[in-house]
Design a protein around this ligand. Structure first.
Ligand SMILES: Cc1cc2nc3c(=O)[nH]c(=O)nc-3n(C[C@H](O)[C@H](O)[C@H](O)COP(=O)(O)O)c2cc1C
Length: 216
């Protein structure tokens, strides 16, 4: 992970999460980069933290589950260690005002690394809790931009199981202000789709009323 920090306390804190397995020629990575550049130009000052899921994300396992279901004050050092990576991913989210997620469609849904990341950040008592009125997300007052890329599937179609799932999973942890930027059906209309995504980025970034209120 690389931090590009500024000392400006009013800087918009951006967490870029990249889920493409491609390090070269990735449309979602290109567009999340352009989105962050646009946010920087619109906002003046940003602080960017990057989490590249292609570096690997551990799966939930026996030790993790047991530790997670143990109350924080009762966890032993091995249990704290089992949750350390997950804690780190959660704190990256907690410290961000804006999440910029690059998410390709893989096999009609999200890449496995992104599902592993969601499993790591969905933490009872940390990112959600159950109340008398049902679940409550605890990651409040954040905005997410999701660049979703696909080869053949039209985003929002019956075969897109990625975007509804991402909307639901992020809302579950409290991130309800979500904008999708589709770079879709790249196999058949690459230039057209990427142009449309760039237009949408410009519209979102330069006409967003809410971003100025964040990190102010
Ligand atoms: C393993 C794998 C599975 C894919 N499955 C689908 C799919 O089910 N539907 C689809 O429309 N595109 C699919 N694609 C195409 C990608 O969504 C497309 O290449 C997209 O541009 C990937 O994002 P990236 O350029 O940021 O890597 C798949 C690509 C890969 C590598």
């Amino acid at each position: 992970m690389h931090d590009k920090a500024t000392t400006d306390t009013a800087a918009l804190r951006i967490l870029e999460v990249s889920a493409s397995g491609r390090q070269h020629g990735s449309t979602s990575r290109t567009l999340t980069g352009e989105l962050i550049t646009a946010l920087e130009s619109a906002r003046g000052s940003v602080q960017v933290r990057r989490r590249d899921l292609a570096d690997g994300v551990p799966f939930v396992d026996d030790a993790w589950i047991a530790a997670n279901f143990t109350a924080d004050e009762d966890r032993n050092s091995a249990q704290r260690e089992a949750l350390a990576y997950s804690d780190q991913l959660v704190s990256e989210l907690q410290e961000a005002d804006v999440i910029v997620l690059g998410a390709p469609i893989y096999n009609f849904s999200i890449p496995a690394a992104l599902k592993a990341w969601i499993d790591m950040i969905a933490r009872a008592r940390l990112t959600f809790r159950y109340t008398e009125n049902g679940p409550e997300g605890l990651l409040k007052n954040k905005k997410a931009y999701i660049v979703i890329s696909s080869g053949g599937v039209a985003v929002g179609s019956d075969y897109d199981f990625a975007s509804p799932y991402l909307r639901h999973a992020l809302a579950f942890v409290g991130i309800t202000d979500i904008e999708f930027i589709a770079a879709e059906q790249l196999n058949s209309k690459s230039d057209e789709s990427i142009d449309a995504a760039r237009v949408r980025i410009a519209e979102l970034v330069y006409t967003s009323p809410s971003l100025d209120d964040r990190a102010a």
